[in-house]
Every structure is written in C-alpha cells, then in structure tokens.
Design a protein around this ligand. Structure first.
Ligand SMILES: CC(C)(COP(=O)(O)OP(=O)(O)OC[C@H]1O[C@@H](n2cnc3c(N)ncnc32)[C@H](O)[C@@H]1OP(=O)(O)O)[C@@H](O)C(=O)NCCC(=O)NCCS
Length: 154
C-alpha cells in the first residue's frame, strides 16, 4: 500500500467530496476554486486512487461566518475548513494520516489550528491530536447538526 499527497489537482476531479456533505455545506466549483486559491490544500492518494482531501485557510474567515467568542481568532490561526476521506477508505487510519500531514504543513506558518466537528468520527480524530474543546454552535450552517469547535496549538 502506498500513500502519496498532492498540493495541486484539477478541482473537477474532487467533486466526489462535495457529495459527502449536506447540501447547505457543498461548494460549487467556482466557490471551491476561490477558497482553494487562498488555502493550504492537500489531496491524499492510496495506491494512486484519490482517497482524501483537506484544506484550510487563515482563521479570519471565521469572522465572516459568525463570531466564535471564546477563541478570538487572530493572524497566527488557521482554520481547517474541510477534511474528508471517501467512504471506501474510512476506518483504516487514513483520516489521521491526512490530518497529521496537514497539521505538519500549516504548523510551519501558523501557531494554532481551529476546526469544528459535526460527526463522532471527527470528534475522535480531534481527540487523537489532543485538540482543546471550545464552544458548540447549534444547527451549523443551515444543517441540523451541532458543531463542536476545537483548537490545537501547533
Ligand atoms: C472524519 C473522517 C475524515 C475520518 O476519516 P477516517 O479515515 O475514517 O479516520 P480514521 O480511520 O483515521 O479514524 C479516526 C477516528 O475515527 C474513528 N472512526 C472511524 N470511523 C468511525 C465510525 N464510523 N464511527 C465512529 N468512529 C469512527 C476511528 O476509530 C478513529 O478514532 P480512534 O483513534 O479513537 O479509534 C471521515 O469519517 C469523513 O470523511 N467523514 C465525512 C466528512 C466529515 O465529517 N468531515 C469532518 C467535517 S466536520
């Protein structure tokens, strides 16, 4: 088994990840292009097959979404906007590998990573890295899910 990473791919080949999220969270191709242009993005391949995607950007975007009072994001914070592993690759530790790769990458530029979890798997993934739990936002971005916010010093 071989795991490889790419920092640039044709975004049209990454539409499979949008389908994993609820409609209100899905990005159009042009929205994704705009975000990725300013993001630290990584795609993971397992035996040459696309398996995972993660991207994050400066945490100032949080202020455009809503206020996250007990975190006070600043210029040395990065916000993990999205992480996903395709269903057929889940549960084998690939999420941890992808997250570790991304944290190592952004750790060269930022002092703290902020993200949110809306699923049990993501909460577990956050615990793996020792992330600190902050406040919970109810009905995250038009979904029925709650988002648990966490931070990790890099
Ligand atoms: C979150 C996600 C990236 C994890 O990917 P993964 O490759 O399955 O993760 P790993 O195999 O590395 O496992 C990470 C942790 O999740 C747990 N986990 C994996 N699948 C699980 C499941 N179906 N139910 C509960 N926990 C699960 C693992 O046991 C592990 O925790 P542990 O270390 O305590 O054992 C993946 O589930 C996913 O893409 N989900 C949909 C998108 C999403 O919710 N992204 C996060 C946005 S908030």
């Amino acid at each position: 088994m071989t795991i490889t990473f790419k920092r640039e791919v044709d975004l049209k080949t990454t539409r499979c990840f949008e389908k994993l999220f609820e409609p209100s969270l899905r990005l159009s191709l042009s929205e994704k292009r705009k975000l990725i242009n300013n993001a630290f993005a990584v795609w993971m391949f397992v035996n040459g097959k696309l398996a995972g995607e993660v991207y994050g950007l400066g945490a100032s975007i949080l202020w455009t979404m809503d206020k996250i009072p007990d975190m006070q994001p600043n210029g040395s914070d990065t916000y993990l906007y999205s992480i996903a592993v395709l269903p057929e690759f889940r549960g084998f530790g690939y999420g941890k590998v992808l997250m570790a790769y991304w944290l190592g990458l952004v750790g060269q530029y930022y002092k703290r990573a902020i993200w949110h979890s809306t699923s049990e798997e993501m909460v577990k993934l956050s615990h793996t890295f020792g992330a600190k739990t902050h406040n919970t936002r109810r009905r995250w971005c038009g979904t029925k899910k709650n988002a648990i916010f966490t931070t990790l010093d890099l």
